[in-house]
Design a protein around this ligand. Structure first.
Ligand code: MCN
Ligand code: CUN
Length: 795
């Protein structure tokens, strides 16, 4: 089913308050707008000490010696810890979420600029930071490997000599699709277009940096850790495995989080340092990184060097797509991706098109740069996949002299082909692409825009129109083939209805700004008719929520949202039995009417969910075999991912004198299935579109040839502001997921995935008079200028 009309399915309880899905102001915002949010840095415990980390000034060096004596003597300092000291406890290295190891504090070598070398614990943050300057480290500087292409050269310095028998910088190889079948299709195609593309290294740069407060109570033997984490339960299990503290003696609390964007999925050395420091000093210890540390050392995103090849018939039938990728993983493989998917979900690079064959070959390497890779609203690397396919489809349109919208429309997977198995093995659950594309074109006034462009070109003005159409795979995932370090990707949910009909729902996922306190209350409200205001959402505390893998890959709605709907139905099933007792009719004679059960054919006889809650806890008999109370818990294991899609159209104007790009209009039509809260969805889309403007035009973590990070402050790493973004024009279609209990698909990363190719396509389209087929992001004025003069250069 596809409709362009908003589902206004809110209904009313006895007080005429709207409940269920629909636009609703965020329940969390009164707290945030009054400054009452409680973030990790707001945690202040009695006797708390402060930790600061000494970081490597160079990208690659052997550590010859570390002298901590002056730092230890510095006023207020309680402890100075080096890698050698951690090594004595077996804590110098920790596992990453990708089956690699990462140094907590360097012992042998430093492998990227900003790597953790030592830490100081002091009475206050100033004393700790001052003492860092007194630590004397002697480095024997080695040649760094900064470029992924250099990493594979036979004479390149070996970065990971900590790994036994490692003699090169090779991280992993991966392939998907059918190489021979794809080659055969390419061999017989009328047209083959190939294009080199770089998706540069960028950074999620959330407003709140990463940090933790560790409080180890030696008497209880219990560790309490407030930390900036998107996955508190997964982190707890890992701490138990690394630190040897029994899991039930670890409580991870992720309080309010000031933006995550994937930056808060990995476990960082700083968290482990804070834990060690609290155990050593017997006091609570806070570690909070600054902006510089966040940008220089925590999880980056992208850094893929790609070659895209596309084969087609002369009349524009796309036959096959092939890609070769060189992935830069930095010094340690620290990405978080399901174990079977070392390249995340990059395998969906065949996009939204029905093609005959596809093949991807990827090589990942270590370089002397910070670890990371899966972050910044990437849906597990679908950002890179969508950028690849949507750019080369445009290159093909250019080659064929075909309109890019027409080329896409001609090749879409058709609605009757769903569920559709791609040539790389992904089963797209549902989709209806053409109406989404047509709606975007209608909203944009596509034909008029093309006319306007022609007129402008005739006058020497540079106007471009860019299209991107994407399909995402979100909601990892079926636990049979998806896990993070052995933990199956499922999520729990618990719902308790109190005697007076108010409720609390406990989630294993964790909001970083996505509005879960509102939307999860709405899901429960829709199912059991208790108004969202009467439902509290608890998350981010492992002692008080059921186990589950957390928020990333836009999995909260696909996985936990399903869990919430199903747990509510379980409660409703029990409520039905209690209602049958109260109304003295059989269960079969009852019908559910949005918040109450009534006797079929006798609408006057009914009981509300609130009446039932009181009876469930109150005096009087309950039906045979029914226990008191009104609550339930489940663990939801998704049967497939959900596949949202969208059509984006961007209009740019370029100043021919300065090469400055202005994004004049941006039309985004998203289809995330059933929409729980359209206002929140729009907020997610607006944010992601702004991300896209940032990546396409200005963001890049760059390095010089010595491995010095050149984007380590927000003066150099440019983020878009209200001045760079247009008024977004959003629309939607609704193609519900057939396997999700409420038909909802994730949306949190869609716009970040879909917008960069739309913007780059628009810029390349504007530069057509200069014969430009491609230019790499970020398309700063100097890059655009170079492209106009025929020397588009890779980053
Ligand atoms: N939603 C809805 N109807 C749908 C789908 C989603 O109303 N059909 C609502 C959800 O209920 C939720 C929000 O939209 O309130 C996002 O839902 P979902 O797509 O399930 O994504 P997650 O909640 O799992 O959020 C994760 C996603 C990721 S992975 C990144 S990265 C990102 C993003 O969310 N980080 C964010 N958006 C962010 N937004 C903010 N403000 N801060 C971040 O750190
Ligand atoms: Cu790839 S960033 Mo989000 O999945 O946390």
């Amino acid at each position: 089913m596809t409709t362009v009309h908003e589902r206004v399915d809110t209904f009313h309880d006895n007080d005429q308050k709207p409940v269920g899905y629909g636009r609703m102001l965020r329940k969390e915002d009164p707290r945030f707008v009054r400054g009452r949010g409680r973030f990790v840095d707001d945690v202040r415990l009695p006797g708390m000490l402060h930790l600061a980390i000494l970081r490597s000034p160079v990208a690659h060096a052997r550590i010859l010696s570390i002298d901590t004596s002056a730092a230890e003597a510095s006023p207020g300092v309680k402890a100075v810890v080096t890698g050698a000291m951690l090594a004595e406890q077996g804590l110098a290295w920790m596992p990453t979420l990708s089956n690699d190891v990462q140094a907590v504090l360097a012992t042998d070598k430093v492998r990227f600029q900003g790597q953790e070398v030592a830490f100081v614990v002091a009475e206050d943050g100033y004393a700790a930071r001052d003492a860092l300057e007194l630590i004397d480290v002697e480095y024997d500087v080695l040649d760094p490997v900064v470029d992924a292409r250099r990493a594979l050269e036979p004479d390149a310095p070996v970065i990971r000599d900590d790994l036994e028998g490692k003699t090169d910088n090779h991280c992993f190889d991966w392939e998907t699709g059918d190489e021979a079948a794809t080659a055969a299709v390419f061999a017989r195609a009328d047209v083959v277009v190939s294009q080199d593309l770089v998706y540069p290294r960028v950074h999620p740069a959330p407003m709140e940096t990463c940090g933790a407060v560790a409080d180890f109570d030696a008497v209880e033997g219990k560790l309490r850790l407030w930390s900036t984490t998107q996955a508190p339960h997964a982190h707890r299990t890992l701490y138990a495995l690394v630190a040897g503290i029994p899991e039930h003696k670890i409580q991870v609390i992720s309080p309010d989080i000031g933006g995550g964007f994937g930056n808060k999925v990995p476990i960082y050395p700083g968290y482990v340092c804070a834990i060690v420091a609290s155990i050593v000093t017997g006091k609570p210890v806070k570690w909070m990184e600054d902006r510089f540390e966040n940008l220089i050392s925590t999880g980056f995103a992208r850094d893929y060097i790609m070659r895209g090849e596309i084969a087609a018939t002369r009349d524009g039938q796309i036959l096959a797509i092939r890609t070769n990728v060189l992935a830069d993983h930095g010094a340690f493989n620290g990405t978080a991706a399901p174990v079977k998917y070392p390249a995340g979900f990059f395998g969906v690079f065949t996009g939204s098109y029905d093609i005959e064959a596809a093949y991807c070959k990827m090589t990942a390497v270590f370089t002397n740069k910070a670890p990371g890779g899966v972050a910044y609203a990437c849906s597990f690397r679908i950002t890179e996949a969508v950028y690849l396919v949507e750019r080369i489809v445009d290159c093909l349109a250019d080659e064929l002299g075909m309109d890019p919208a027409e080329l896409r429309l001609k090749n879409f997977i058709r609605p009757e082909q769903f569920p559709y198995t791609t040539k790389t093995g992904w089963v797209y659950d549902s989709g209806d692409y053409e109406p989404t594309m047509r709606l975007a074109m209608e909203m944009a006034g596509y034909a008029d825009l093309r006319r306007e462009q022609q007129e402008k070109r005739a006058r020497g003005e540079l106007m471009g129109i860019g299209i991107a159409f994407f399909t995402e795979a979100v909601g990892a995932g079926p636990r049979k083939d998806m896990d993070i370090l052995g933990l199956g990707m499922a999520d729990g949910c618990e719902l308790r209805v109190h005697p007076t009909g108010k409720a609390v729902v406990r989630l294993s996922v964790q909001s970083q700004g996505q509005g879960h306190e509102t939307t999860f209350a709405q899901i429960i409200a829709e199912e059991i008719g208790i108004p969202p205001d009467d439902i509290d959402v608890l998350h981010g505390d492992t002692d008080n929520t059921p186990f589950g893998l957390g928020t990333y890959g836009s999995r909260s709605t696909p996985v936990s949202g399903a869990a919430a709907a199903l747990v509510a139905r379980k409660v409703r099933d029990k409520a039905r039995i209690i209602a049958s007792g109260m109304l003295e009719v059989s269960v079969a004679d009852l019908e559910w009417d949005k918040g109450s059960f009534r006797v079929k054919g006798d609408p006057g006889k009914s009981v509300t969910i609130q009446d039932i809650a009181m009876r469930a806890h109150g005096a009087g008999d309950l039906p045979e075999g029914i226990e008191g109370g009104l609550e339930a818990q489940i663990c939801y294991n998704p049967s497939n991912l959900t596949y949202p899609h969208g059509a984006y159209i961007c209009v740019v104007d370029i100043d021919p004198g300065t090469a400055q790009v202005k994004v004049r209009r941006f039309i985004a039509v998203d289809d995330c299935g059933t929409r729980i809260n359209p206002m929140i969805i729009e907020g997610q889309v607006h944010g992601g579109l702004a991300d896209g403007v940032g990546m396409a035009l200005m963001e890049m973590i760059a390095f010089d040839e010595d491995g010095n990070c050149l984007g380590a402050s927000l003066m150099d790493y440019l983020l878009p502001t209200a001045l760079e973004v247009p008024d977004w024009e959003t629309g939607f279609t609704v193609t519900p997921s057939p396997h999700h209990p409420i038909g909802a698909k994730g949306v949190g990363e869609s716009a970040t995935v879909g917008s960069p190719p739309a913007i780059v396509n628009a810029i390349v389209d504007a530069l057509e008079p200069f014969g430009v087929r491609h230019a790499d992001m970020p398309l700063t004025p100097s890059r655009v200028w170079d492209a106009m003069r025929g020397n588009a250069r890779p980053p």
